[in-house]
Design a protein around this ligand. Structure first.
Ligand code: GLA
Length: 394
């Protein structure tokens, strides 16, 4: 049994145990790793993530036909035991925003679909996933997109990937309390296997960029966990908006380095550094895309190194142990690949893009780091996979 078969078996078993019936359909949505373009999505710029072979599976079947009022029922197998991790709600009652609960996430997706004017068909679902939670690999986006896809397909809506992503983002923004951008949901909904997804976060246009076959994607989990809602993420977003307002711009996407440098004397120094991260990061997207397609690890080493320093010094979303690990890995890789913090930061993961034969030096560097680290880091290779889709069972 492979990884996905095991996950499907888990979702199927959870469904049976929760509802005493067989699910009729399965849906999947992957997590993602961002290769370049960090904290750029909510500034309307370009980003370059790829979906990874870790995902959320939703097992779905019809609503309870005996119930007087048709209700939506959900069980989340990774969120507690079978008794506590359940929810039931009707489709007309209000959904009250609450503390980061998965129940609100599911309800929020349904509500967001309804906001678009769609008629939702109540269903029973069981949700199981293997995207590590809180690691910066978008377990939350995978969860939201998988539920959105399942409900959309079961209701006969056939929504396009950008719509599913939007619905999942609204659910997180309005019902989970995280002011996240659109990158994670789009990566989960619209990625193409073997490619990174160049995404214009303003227009939501996408262009898949092939990842050279000679490149390995290694995610290094620092073991340091964060909670995005409670972190300084929302504060960083507000700072970027304040910087854009200083320039009289809609978003920092519309700023460039000349304009930024001219404004340095008048701009609050913290806002200046936040804006400098965003503006310089935007300049790195295209060259990194070209280097990924060509397998040019020297360029990746230089630009991912710059990106990490910018996240650490200007955007201040790294932590001392993460900087130490990034430096050890970068030194070990040399020109054989690049490494940087990925995702929101404040913990989570580093991503390295390197030649396949350089993966062992990454492991050696992690070994050196782990000798005196409080939490051991570990590395894993991921494949760039397709975005969310119904599961076709063999
Ligand atoms: C989190 C958010 C994304 C994005 C990244 C940082 O993953 O959910 O929208 O802002 O952080 O690039």
């Amino acid at each position: 049994m492979d990884r996905r078969d095991r996950l499907i078996a888990r979702a199927r078993q959870g469904y049976r145990l929760a509802y005493g019936a067989e699910p009729t359909r399965f849906f999947a949505a992957p997590g993602r790793v961002n290769l370049i373009g960090e904290h750029v999505d909510y500034n309307d710029g370009y980003v370059l993530p790829c979906a990874i072979d870790r995902e959320t599976i939703v097992a779905l079947g019809p609503a309870d036909r005996e119930a007087k009022v048709p209700r939506f029922e959900a069980v989340a197998l990774d969120m507690g035991d079978m008794a506590s991790a359940r929810d039931a709600f009707d489709l007309i009652g209000p959904i009250l925003p609450g503390e980061n609960a998965w129940q609100n996430h599911v309800r929020g997706v349904v509500q967001a679909l309804a906001r678009y004017g769609h008629r939702i068909r109540p269903a029973r679902i069981a949700i199981a996933g293997d995207v590590p939670i809180g690691a910066g690999l978008s377990s939350s986006a995978a969860f939201g997109v998988a539920v959105a896809l399942a409900v959309s397909e079961y209701s006969g809506l056939g929504l396009a990937p950008d719509r599913l992503a939007k619905v999942a983002q609204i659910a997180e923004n309005d019902f989970v309390g995280c002011a996240c951008g659109i990158m994670d949901q789009m990566a989960s909904a619209a990625s193409v296997a073997g490619h990174a997804l160049l995404l214009d976060c303003r227009s939501l246009e996408t262009m898949p960029i092939p990842i050279h076959a000679g490149l390995a994607i290694t995610v290094i989990d620092t073991g340091i966990r964060r909670n995005l809602t409670e972190s300084a993420f929302n504060q960083r977003r507000a700072e970027c908006e304040a910087a854009a307002a200083h320039f009289g711009l809609k978003a920092l996407r519309d700023c460039d380095s000349t304009r930024l440098l001219l404004a340095e004397p008048d701009l609050d120094p913290v806002l200046f550094r936040r804006a400098r991260h965003v503006v310089t990061e935007m300049d790195r997207i295209e060259p990194v895309g070209v280097a990924l397609a060509r397998g040019d690890t020297g360029v990746l080493a230089a630009l991912m190194g710059e990106a990490h320093r910018s996240l650490s010094e200007d955007f201040e979303v790294s932590l001392p142990p993460i900087d130490r690990l990034a430096e050890l890995v970068a030194d070990a890789l040399g020109d054989a690949g690049g490494v940087r913090l990925t995702g929101a930061g404040f913990g989570g993961c580093l991503v390295a893009v390197s030649r396949h034969d350089a993966v062992s030096v990454i492991d050696d560097a992690i070994g050196r780091y782990n000798r005196d680290a409080d939490l051991p880091a570990r590395a894993e290779q991921f494949r760039p996979v397709d975005g969310a889709a119904p599961v076709v069972l063999a």
